[in-house]
Design a protein around this ligand. Sequence first.
Ligand SMILES: [Zn+2]
Length: 189
Amino acid sequence: MDFKEKKETVIFGERRIEYSLKKSRRARNVRLSVSCEGAVSLIIPWRLSLERGKEFLQSKISWIIEKVDHFEKHKSKHLPKSTRRDYLANKLEALEIAKNKIRYFNNLYGFDYAKISVRDQKTRWGSCSRRGNLSFNWKIILLSETQRDYVIVHELCHLKEFNHSGKFWKLVEKAVPDYKKIRKEIRKL
Ligand SMILES: [Zn+2]
């Protein structure tokens, strides 16, 4: 039973969820997490059997699906096409804009965040990590200002609410009252 990490699949109804399974000598409890990119990971303490660990995962299956779906929703299938050159030519400007906007909107929220970065993402406008890092697609510079504000505020509010609950939207609404309309526009892009 000596292994570092392996890929496993759990099936729930029509869904197949892949996850990485690991046994750890350091972990004291079972640890289940879903990363910002939607990757599921299960860490089982050494003393606990694999079976018990997998039972735990089974008991949390609806929570896992909710998290994975949340990250799927962030995907936008029709982002403008671009090349690596476009990214390199625009990333500094995009980073500057993202930083200024975060500073501006965070006057209202006062959340703690770590690093802000700009990436060349194919399917997302932005993402956040559990460590409080925010990253944005350089293509936010191609959006209108209200759309861009919405993307920034959306990720910013995930620092406080790591979900799309009513509480989360209430937070977004504070800075972007007509977020529903803008959200629809962006989905069509
Ligand atoms: Zn979100």
